[in-house]
Design a protein around this ligand. Structure first.
Ligand code: SAH
Length: 206
């Protein structure tokens, strides 16, 4: 485990709370088949349905950029395996997470149960619509690449809230972006290149 944490530090994750959360929770619990053994490699790994669990460095950088506290209500789009959710949940007050693949969501939910994570509400749905009934959110994490700041989600972000989202279409041209909502609009900061699956409209059964 020491090696992974060292790589995260070298990659810019310095927040000790975030590093501790990643150190405590083996990614193997979120992987299936032969990929289970590769949990501590700092790479993205397949979770089925053409989706991947993020590289631990990216999970670390996104969680850190969110500047989350136990007072925050957080929205996450793209539950996937539930790994990012499980890292984030202990750091915030309440976490709402949306996944469009029912089968992925089902597995993620059973992992939350097994890990005794009780402040997460997960639904299967279209994350581009956000979660209107629970808005506004102090923090929003989008784990899929959008062409631009997703407008509906930005609308559901509280004033002075922070959204972290990979922006760019096509695999090679994405920037992890931190967006702060101010009275004058969106204040953005680039956090470096990244590679996420696309943020797509609608729910799917395949
Ligand atoms: N954070 C996840 C990995 C995310 S991969 C983990 O830790 O494992 C991106 C996920 O976003 C995929 O599971 C994909 O199905 C989901 N996704 C893409 N577009 C979506 C949308 N519009 N609404 C909800 N989920 C979406």
């Amino acid at each position: 485990m020491g090696r992974l944490i060292l790589e995260l530090r070298q990659g810019g994750v310095t927040d000790s709370q975030v590093l501790a959360a990643i150190e405590k929770l083996p990614r193997s619990l979120f992987l299936v088949g032969p990929f289970k053994e590769r949990w501590d490699e700092n790479v993205a790994l397949p979770i089925g349905y053409h989706q991947t669990v993020s590289q631990p460095l990216i999970v670390g950088l996104m969680t850190q950029a969110l500047e989350v506290t136990d007072r925050h209500k957080v929205l996450e789009i793209g539950t996937g395996s539930g790994y990012q959710t499980a890292i984030l949940a202990p750091l915030c007050r309440r976490l709402y997470t949306i996944e469009r693949h029912p089968a992925l969501l089902k597995d993620a939910e059973s992992r939350f149960k097994k890990l005794d994570i009780n402040n997460v509400t997960a639904i299967c749905g279209d994350g581009t619509l956000g979660w209107r009934e629970q808005a506004p959110f102090e923090r929003i994490l989008v784990a899929a690449a959008a062409p631009d700041i997703p407008p509906v989600l930005f609308g559901q972000l509280a004033l002075n809230g922070i959204m972290v989202v990979p922006i760019g279409i096509g695999g090679d041209d994405q920037q992890l972006t931190k967006v702060k909502k101010t009275r004058d609009g969106a204040l953005t900061e680039d956090l470096g290149p990244t590679r996420f699956v696309p943020f797509v409209d609608g729910v799917t059964n395949n």
